[in-house]
Write a protein that binds this ligand. Structure first.
Ligand SMILES: C[S@@+](CC[C@H](N)C(=O)[O-])C[C@H]1O[C@@H](n2cnc3c(N)ncnc32)[C@H](O)[C@@H]1O
Length: 443
């Protein structure tokens, strides 16, 4: 392997593959990764039109012990898709291969190289590239990104995870502390075993005023054995980003469109009106009128607990399935919801603004369901398009005057959609994707 990697980083992941895993657990459960859920990729990267049947190619760059690779390969098991798992750590690849073997997955190609070697490897171009928790460990993250972009098809997309500065405040203080304690870059530098032991000793005795201790609930990696602890608190190459730095870098410098989706919470931690809770100050209404980038920047500082930024990178905003096109099919996701269940919540105040308290995400906010929100939600069954839902709505119309047309219904339902979509509980797909999938299955 050419030396286009950081030796200390490679050495860490050879001796402490990440995330730590026991391949035998594959007999019990499938690990899901948030960004690699195909309905999410379809909604945010392919305007809901991707069938995943036409020789779909995914690259998992810096795939580690295989979470994203295995999840993609499982979902694409009965298609002609190929998943390429690339990592510079041989030990990590071996664990990922064991997991795939236990599952009987045969749609994965294994590549033991630095991702910076991609241009020379002749692997072809990809529809989707996952790069989770990797670029921030490179000496030059922008070079890594440019290499990934060069391996992407023109209509392709990247699922990216990078560390977030604000949420990791305590982590960086601990890393600085441990560099001092362990004499990093001095002649008294401790070996890895001692560094880990020193860290554990200190974690057991630090006062509650310490910033890592204050934010203890935010971090769990250090509880995942040596590999997790080293990755979180002893990494030799680790940087983080604010929302504004990501917009400048990815949007400004590379012209990419950014769709943030925090694990379990979607866009909600990036939106002030979803962060400020059930009793927002009066000035919050004004914040909602600001450009999204500014809202995201403020919300990151308000909520304080975003420890990683998970986002899709696409060529433009048109890659997100559009709200307002009657051909699209809305469907509930990430929770076993039905139209009836959601309609009851949205009708809890008889069509008036109501308090939505969403346990999974911790979000609590006032939502205006519009005049028809509950009725529309009741008709969402994951099969009918908005056009069909609106036709069914009109067929049952008992109001005075003419029934509202599609434009009026889309406008009325917009806040309900925005709220549920921001939480990733309501997504869209185009019926073309269903037709192509059905045709492939029939063939
Ligand atoms: C923190 S782990 C993340 C693993 C996986 N992506 C995940 O999210 O679970 C970082 C991984 O990136 C790999 N890595 C770091 N630099 C790399 C490079 N230049 N080329 C290929 N892999 C790299 C490491 O070997 C390690 O497996």
């Amino acid at each position: 392997m050419p030396q286009n990697h950081l030796p200390k980083v490679k050495s860490q992941y050879e001796s402490l593959p990440y995330p730590p895993c026991n391949p035998k657990d594959e007999h019990q459960r499938l690990v899901l990764t948030w960004l690699e859920d195909l309905p999410m990729i379809n909604h945010y990267c392919f305007a809901g039109r991707q069938s995943f049947q036409n020789n779909f190619r995914a690259l998992v760059a810096g795939g580690g012990t295989g979470d994203a690779t295995i999840f993609l390969a499982e979902q694409l098991r009965h298609t002609n898709a190929e998943i390429v798992h690339l990592d510079m750590s041989h030990a990590s690849i071996v664990l990922a291969q064991e997991r795939a073997k236990i599952r009987g997955l045969t749609n994965i190609t294994w590549v033991h190289y630095s991702l910076l070697s991609l241009p020379a490897l002749g692997l072809g171009k990809f529809d989707y590239i996952n790069c989770s928790g990797v670029l921030h460990h490179l000496a030059d993250p922008d070079l890594g990104l440019r290499v990934l972009l060069s391996a992407l098809k023109p209509e392709g997309a990247i699922g990216l995870m990078l560390y977030a500065t604000t949420g990791r405040t305590g982590v960086y203080q601990m890393q600085a502390l441990m560099r001092l304690v362990n004499g990093v870059d001095t002649e008294r530098e401790a070996d890895d075993g001692r560094k880990i032991a020193n860290t554990r000793d200190l974690l057991g005795s630090l006062p509650p005023s310490n910033w890592f201790m204050r934010g203890a609930a935010l971090h769990h990696d250090h509880e995942l054995g040596d590999a997790g602890l080293y990755d979180l608190l002893l990494h030799s190459q680790d940087r983080s980003y604010s929302v504004s730095e990501l917009f400048d870098w990815l949007g400004g410098r590379h012209g990419l469109h950014l769709s943030f989706s925090d694990v379990q919470r979607g866009r909600s931690p990036y939106l002030p009106h979803m962060v400020l809770g059930s009793k927002p100050p009066a000035m919050a209404a004004g914040l909602r009128q600001l450009p999204l980038r500014q809202q995201y920047e403020m919300a990151e500082l308000m909520i304080g607990d975003i420890i990683t930024h998970s986002l899709y990178l696409t060529g433009d905003a048109g890659c997100t399935a559009p709200y307002g096109d009657a051909a699209y099919i809305p469907f509930f996701y990430h929770e076993p919801l039905t139209g009836e269940i959601v309609a009851q919540v949205f009708d809890s105040n008889r069509g008036q603004p109501f308090m939505l308290t969403h346990q999974h995400s911790g979000v609590s906010l006032t939502v205006n369901p519009g005049k028809y929100g509950a009725k529309i939600l009741r008709l969402v069954d994951g099969q009918k398009s908005f056009g069909e839902i609106f036709d069914a709505f009109r067929a049952d119309w008992r109001g005075q005057g003419a029934a509202p047309d599609n434009a009026a219904l889309f406008a009325d339902f917009a806040e309900s959609y925005d709220t549920l979509n921001a939480l990733e509980r309501l997504l869209l797909r185009h019926p073309e994707a269903d037709k192509a999938a059905a045709a492939a299955q029939a063939a």
